[in-house]
Design a binder for this molecule. Structure first.
Ligand code: GUN
Length: 283
């Protein structure tokens, strides 16, 4: 079997176009553009690339982008003061503080300082709790993008066996919550899971978000599985995912490539969340 390649780039372009139309409608109604503020602390090259792409995509979708760059040694109190100003700024609908933050800054304190209504990352405990309890709120961009790809690929997910590898607050936990909400039967696996290959072998859906290059092997997969690879690992041979693509593609029915799979969806969902925030905050 040779897997179908799930084209995240095309799906993201589609979503961005729809968000662009809705952003124009918002501007006509509200008399201002929907606005996203992105905060980058320090000079981490990968984070700088992400922040630049987010800014560009925001403007391309007809929204306002506010970029704030702070020195790596900025005091936590100064970052919190910036978050307070953005919370109070009526031109800012969404706030994203790029992670990871330097060691001397407590990420959880910064995340909790963002008002939940502007937390377009969906990282605030109020939004995490809303997702866990089935209430409306903001859902983290990467897992929501994965869910969209899965629904396009498979349609109804009811009764599907899903294994999520990774238990981070950014991907694994919200991914499991979304799949559960979609009536899949979900196993959360992680680095301490016994017999990971045995769990993966039973799964119709595998979402890999462990951050280890080419960790998931094709031999583990159930033939015909759908594989979503969230990993972005820089190696000597270039960018690779958490899934060993070549062996997986010979067993799976469908798989996301790296790059060009999940990555583009993350930014498109961020724009979508920002627009949702703008409409909610304007009502
Ligand atoms: N770092 C890696 N992914 C993300 C993300 O989705 N949001 C933020 N704020 N930081 C990240």
């Amino acid at each position: 079997m040779t897997a179908r390649i799930i084209d995240g780039k095309a799906a993201a372009a589609d979503l961005r176009a729809r968000v662009g139309d809705a952003a124009a409608a918002f501007e006509a109604k509200a008399g201002r553009k929907a606005g996203l503020a992105v905060v980058l602390v320090g000079e981490d090259p990968a984070s700088a690339v992400y922040v630049r792409s987010k800014g560009k995509a925001t403007v391309a979708a007809g929204m306002a982008s506010f970029e704030h760059r702070l020195d790596a040694d900025v005091a936590e109190a100064d970052l919190l003061a910036l978050v307070d100003r953005l919370n109070a700024d009526p031109a800012v609908d969404g706030i994203l503080v790029q992670l990871p933050l330097p060691k001397h800054i407590r990420e959880s304190v910064v995340i909790e300082r963002i008002v939940p209504e502007k937390d377009v990352d969906g990282f605030h405990p109020v939004n995490a709790g809303r997702l866990a309890t089935g209430l409306e709120g903001f859902v983290p961009c990467t897992p929501l993008g994965c869910l969209m790809l899965l629904k396009t690929e498979l349609g109804d997910l009811t009764g599907k066996d899903a294994v999520v590898i990774g238990r981070s607050n950014i991907v694994g936990k919200p991914m499991a919550a979304l799949l559960t909400r979609a009536s899949a039967t979900v196993t959360i696996a992680h680095s301490r899971t016994k017999d990971l290959a045995g769990h993966v072998a039973r799964a119709d859906i595998v979402v890999a978000a462990v951050g280890i290059a080419q960790f998931v092997k094709g031999e583990w997969l159930k033939p015909g599985a759908t594989v979503i690879d969230v990993g972005i690992n820089r190696t000597d041979t270039g960018l690779v995912g958490d899934v060993d693509f070549d062996s997986a593609a010979s067993v799976a029915a469908a798989i996301t490539p790296v790059p060009g799979g999940v990555g583009p969806m993350t930014i498109a969902v961020l724009l979508r969340n920002t627009l949702v925030a703008a409409y909610r905050n304007a009502d």
